[in-house]
Design a protein around this ligand. Structure first.
Ligand code: SF4
Length: 420
C-alpha cells in the first residue's frame, strides 16, 4: 500500500512530501526521500526484549528495568532520540526519579543556546528561507546533516511566494572537507578552517563598521575578496545566515555563533538579515522545546527533590559516566539504530529500534516503535516554529517510548512505596 505526503522523522528538516510503500509490514521510500530516509524507514516489525544478553519477555524486561531505576540514587536519562510524546514522558520520569537529562546532540545545540542567551538573535524559518532569501551565507557547512535543504529551500532560481527569486548561496569555512557532493548553485566565497570563522566574522563586522586596518590579506586571502563578500551581504534584500553548530566542533564555538549573530544584527541596520541554525536531529529540537515547556529550562538539566535545575554547562553524558556521577544510564534512541549508548560502568537500560544491536554490557534492552514509521507522533522542525504530526505507515505491535517510560514510572513508584 502506498502512502503519500508523509513526514520523515530522520532529520530535523522533517520533509513532508515522502511517498512510502509498505510491503510485509516494512516501509520503503518510493519517492522524495534522501539516502538517510531510504536507509531508516525500513525497520523490522518486532524484536525480542533482552536481559543480560538473553531474550526475555517484555514484561520481565520492563520490571527488571524498573527495579534498576528504583535502586538508583542518581540516574541519567540520555540519548533522548524520540518524539515529543516520548520526551514528555522522559521529563516526567526524570522529575520522579531525580534524574539528569541530556540529549545525544546537546553539545552542538548548547553552542546556539549559550550564544542566544548572551545577546538574543533574529531567526527565520524554512518558509522564509525558501520564499524570500536572495542571499544565503552558509558558514562552515553545506548542510550535510539536512540532505534535502538545497533541493527544498535553496534552488538558485525560484518562484517564491513573493515573486521571482534569483538566489546566491555563498559558502565560507571548510565545508569541502566533508565527504559529500558540492551542492549545485553554491559558490565557495572564502575557504578557511571552521576554527577561523570567529576571526572572519569579526573582520567582516569591523569592515562593515568602517575600520580599514592597513593589511592586505587575511590568512592568505586577499582583502578584496573579504570586501566583495561584505558587498554581497550588504546587497541582499533578504539575507539568511545558516550554520550547523554540530560542524563547529572546536573550543569556543559559541563565540563563533555569537559573532555570526552580531553580524546579522548589524547588517539589519541597512537591509534585512536573519539567522537559521541547523541541527536538532534525533528529536534534539523537540527536546529543547519540551524541557522548556515542562521545566522552564532547555537541556542540559535535571531534577533534585522534584525541583528542576538548569546547568547548560553540565557535564556531558560521557563525563558523568566517567566520573561516576550517575549510577544508572537509561539511553533512548528510537529513530536511529546506530546511536548507541556510551560505555558505562553502571547498569545500562536501552530503549531502541527493533534493528538496534545493543552493545555488550547493556543490562536491559527494550525494543520500541519508531515514531513516524511504526507509531504516530510529533516532532519540532529545525526552525523551532512548526511541530509536525507523524503518521505510522507501517504500524507495529511494539510500544512507543512514552508507553514504556509511563509503565516504568508507575512500577518505579510502586517499588519505592513498597520499600519505604
Ligand atoms: S532530508 Fe531529512 S527529513 Fe528530509 S528525507 Fe532526508 S532525512 Fe528525511
Amino acid at each position: 500500500m502506498t502512502k503519500e505526503s508523509l513526514v520523515c522523522p530522520f532529520c530535523s528538516l522533517l520533509c513532508d512530501d515522502l511517498r512510502v510503500d509498505v510491503q510485509d509490514g516494512q516501509a520503503q521510500v518510493l519517492a522524495q526521500g534522501c539516502e538517510r530516509a531510504r536507509k531508516l524507514f525500513p525497520v523490522p516489525a518486532a524484536a525480542a526484549a533482552v536481559i543480560d544478553g538473553r531474550p526475555a519477555e517484555p514484561r520481565d524486561a520492563l520490571l527488571h528495568a524498573a527495579r534498576l531505576l528504583a535502586r538508583s540514587r542518581r540516574p541519567l536519562l540520555s540519548g533522548l532520540g524520540c518524539d515529543i510524546h516520548g520526551l514528555r514522558a522522559a521529563v516526567r520520569l526524570a522529575e520522579r526519579a531525580g534524574a539528569h537529562l541530556d540529549h545525544m546532540h546537546a553539545a552542538a545545540q548548547l553552542r546556539n543556546v549559550l550564544s542566544l542567551r548572551r545577546g538574543g538573535s533574529m531567526l527565520t524559518t524554512l518558509s522564509e528561507l525558501r520564499n524570500r532569501a536572495d542571499v544565503v551565507l552558509m558558514a562552515g557547512t553545506v548542510a550535510g546533516g539536512a540532505p534535502r535543504l538545497f533541493e527544498r529551500c535553496l534552488g538558485p532560481e525560484a518562484q517564491g511566494l513573493f515573486g521571482e527569486l534569483h538566489r546566491r548561496v555563498l559558502v565560507v569555512g571548510s565545508p569541502l572537507l566533508r565527504p559529500r557532493r558540492w551542492p549545485a548553485g553554491a559558490e565557495l566565497a572564502i575557504e578557511c578552517a571552521n576554527e577561523a570563522l570567529p576571526e572572519l566574522f569579526g573582520l567582516l563586522r569591523a569592515r562593515a563598521a568602517g575600520a580599514r586596518p592597513r593589511v592586505r590579506e587575511w590568512r592568505g586571502i586577499d582583502m578584496q575578496r573579504i570586501d566583495a563578500l561584505l558587498d554581497a551581504l550588504r546587497g541582499a534584500r533578504y539575507g539568511v545566515l545558516v550554520w550547523d553548530a554540530g560542524e563547529l566542533d572546536h573550543a569556543d564555538a559559541d563565540l563563533t555563533v555569537r559573532a555570526m549573530l552580531d553580524l546579522v544584527t548589524e547588517l539589519n541596520a541597512n537591509t534585512r538579515w536573519s539567522a537559521l541554525p541547523l541541527g536538532g536531529d534525533d528529536g534534539g529540537a523537540s527536546a529543547q522545546q519540551v524541557c522548556t515547556w515542562l521545566a522552564g529550562y532547555p537541556l542540559r538539566m535535571g531534577f533534585v527533590d522534584g525541583v528542576a535545575r538548569s546547568d547548560p554547562r553540565q557535564r556531558t553524558t560521557s563525563q558523568l559516566l566517567e566520573q561516576q556521577a550517575c549510577d544508572l544510564l537509561l539511553w533512548i534512541s528510537a529513530l536511529d539504530p546506530a546511536r548507541l549508548p556510551p560505555r558505562a560502568a553502571c547498569p545500562t537500560i536501552v530503549l531502541g529500534r527493533a534493528d538496534m544491536q545493543p552493545p555488550a554490557g547493556v543490562e536491559v534492552f527494550l525494543p520500541v516503535a519508531v515514531p513516524g514509521v511504526q507509531a504516530p507522533g510529533a516532532l519540532t522542525r529545525v526552525d523551532q516554529v512548526v511541530t509536525l504530526p507523524l503518521a505510522a505507515p507501517a504500524p507495529a505491535a511494539l510500544p512507543g517510548v512514552a508507553e514504556v517510560l509511563g509503565h516504568m514510572q508507575r512500577m518505579h513508584q510502586e517499588l519505592r512505596h513498597a520499600a519505604a
